[in-house]
Design a protein around this ligand. Structure first.
Ligand SMILES: [Zn+2]
Length: 257
């Protein structure tokens, strides 16, 4: 299987997942039509389905034109987004399984950013939309901090550490500046920032990352670490041993960073 990262709009990513054995492809989060269409033409693959991580307009902006262009295209997303994603006929629930050519995929329900947010895992490749970013996580718009905490720290952390993470926006540099503010002594964060500094100008910059790298550098996966909990407790006056309070306060700090 092959994954092509397609920069869209200002800082969005759409992804093309290709089964090289059959030439079948699916698109995850078609933010815009034209960049996705160009990539499909260039690769000469057959588009079978679109998988949406959530209903926000900047993730489904190219959907209607793709439907017009490709007859019989199957639009998939969370059943909780029924009526919010145009033309969605394939309603997925937690652990729903699907395939793209010879590639097997599975849904992980990850509410928090929105009620119906899901991640998709194809083999060892995880597509996280606005749930998990490089060095950060999405804002909590429809869910609760508890849901977002569980999505990130219980569900996604169960995956193998080598899992590749494909996120919905290029926010990594800003996120890591915040991570460094939270953990000024974390060398892995410094190294990641230096690496991004060396890559500036090359697009895409930081997608994909790995679960291992996120666990080492992403403060929203590190609330259990003493360095993070003490810092947040000191700034926000929460109980450093109450991990959910630390997570909630950390998200609030980032919203105002
Ligand atoms: Zn969103």
């Amino acid at each position: 299987m092959k994954v092509i990262t397609i920069p869209c709009s200002f800082d969005n990513y759409a992804y093309l997942v290709i089964c090289e054995e059959t030439g079948e492809a699916v698109v995850v989060d078609p933010s815009e039509f034209y960049p996705v269409y160009l990539e499909l033409e260039k690769r000469k693959v057959r588009l079978a389905a679109v998988y949406c991580t959530h209903h926000h307009a900047d993730h489904i902006g190219g959907l209607e034109e793709l439907r017009d262009e490709f007859d019989g295209l199957t639009i998939c997303g969370s059943e909780k987004d029924a009526g919010r994603i145009p033309g969605m006929i394939c309603l997925l629930t937690e652990s729903s399984r699907f395939s793209a050519g010879m590639i097997r995929g599975r849904v992980i329900s990850t509410p928090g950013h929105t009620e119906g947010s899901v991640c998709y895992i194809f083999n060892e490749h995880l597509f996280t939309g606005d749930t998990l970013f490089g060095g950060g996580c999405g804002r909590i718009f429809e869910g609760t901090p508890g849901e977002m905490y569980d999505s990130l720290n219980v569900k996604l952390k169960k995956l193998p550490m080598g899992t590749k993470i494909y996120f919905g926006h290029e926010y990594t540099l800003q996120n890591l500046k915040f991570a460094e503010f939270v953990e000024p002594d974390n060398m892995a964060i410094k190294e990641r920032l230096e690496e991004i500094g060396r890559k500036q100008g090359i697009s895409p910059v930081t997608s994909p990352s790995t679960l291992q790298l996120e666990c080492a550098t992403n403060p929203f996966l590190r609330c259990q670490e003493v360095g993070v909990s003490k810092m947040v407790a000191g700034k926000c006056g929460v109980d450093p041993f109450d991990v959910l309070s630390v997570f909630t306060a950390l998200r609030g700090m980032k919203d105002n960073f």
